[in-house]
Design a protein around this ligand. Structure first.
Ligand code: MN9
Length: 306
């Protein structure tokens, strides 16, 4: 068998293993702003209890870019232990290629199913440099596949369909976490690259994403509404689009409130109120919510715990 066919076989195995809903895992801190390993384990158990079988670790929701490399490595290791048996994607994106490579090596050594990375931020790199960054990460990952994290609203990097096509054709790239409201692009990607893994990134558009060709999703709000999203995805798969849309609307009523107060601090506050984590703290400059600034979240936390 040629190397290439071995490669495409292992990549199709990874695509099918990762074709599911992954919680974008939050990072709990203690009162001194240290990563709370205890609460991290509790949060993983809480997410699994809802039926979610995949974890996206250290992304936007996990506050990865606000943490040191050592903290990010600790989180990867703790989640690998707490979520053993689940599908694991480690977000290794960083402003410097070297840091992203260090993190990719850690994930590979821990047996993560894939690594993922935002494009390099702040400097406006030419597209070739961005492609070079992804190639360097793939090399460091030593055979662990890569999922490109496309999130133009937060990264400031807009990829055209051609750019994404170039990335998907790099050996080692199995898919894209597509956090974009452009469902036309989602449909185009799924049609042109049917063997690749497209994961929907905006929870409020999960149904739209699935209908447009996503094979699963990654979501922050799956940490608290995992069972609802699983039901939504099952209904969509069975062709019950009306039923799925009803669940999407229920989820979106919660997301509206989270967006109003700020999504990640809001998610932390909900889990804190549900008794899953011990503080609602986020790493500054993200804000930490209190009952005065949490809008309707006290009510929503009670509703979700019912
Ligand atoms: O990873 C998350 N992406 C970002 C996924 O926050 C950038 C989403 O789950 C959003 O938090 C969610 C609310 O807008 O869709």
């Amino acid at each position: 068998m040629s190397n290439q066919s071995v490669d495409s076989k292992s990549s199709s195995t990874a695509v099918s293993r990762l074709s599911k809903l992954h919680a974008a895992l939050l990072t709990p801190y203690d009162a001194k702003d240290k990563v709370s390993v205890r609460c991290l384990h509790r949060l993983v158990a809480h997410v699994k209890q809802q039926g979610i079988e995949g974890f996206y670790v250290g992304g936007s929701t996990g506050e990865g870019l606000l943490q040191s490399i050592e903290e990010r490595q600790t989180i990867f290791a703790e989640v690998a232990e707490a979520a053993a048996g689940s599908a694991l994607i480690g977000h290794v994106g960083a402003i410097s290629t070297r840091d992203a490579q260090t993190l990719a090596k850690s994930c590979a050594a821990l047996g993560y199913d894939a690594v993922s990375a935002i494009p390099p931020i702040y400097f406006s790199h030419k597209k070739d440099a961005v492609i070079g960054y992804y190639k360097d990460i793939i090399e460091a990952a030593g055979g662990t596949p890569l999922i490109v994290y496309n999130i133009p609203a937060m990264s400031g990097v807009t990829f055209t369909l051609d750019d994404l096509g170039r990335l998907l054709e790099l050996p080692g790239v199995i898919g894209i976490k597509q956090t974009s409201i452009d469902m036309y692009q989602m449909e185009q990607l799924s049609r042109i690259f049917p063997g690749k893994l497209l994961l929907n990134g905006y929870d409020e558009m999960l149904l739209a994403g699935l209908v447009s060709g996503a094979k699963g999703g990654v979501g922050s709000t799956y940490n608290v509404m995992g069972a609802r999203y699983l039901e939504l995805a099952a209904k969509a798969k069975a062709g019950d689009i009306g039923g799925a849309a009803k669940i999407q609307s229920q989820c979106n009523a919660v997301i509206d409130e989270l967006v109003r107060v700020s999504v990640f601090p809001g998610m932390k506050y909900l889990l804190y109120r549900q008794g899953v984590i011990e503080t609602p703290m986020c790493r500054r400059p993200l804000v930490t919510l209190s009952s005065d600034t949490a809008g309707r979240l006290d009510e929503i936390a009670a509703e979700l715990s019912r």
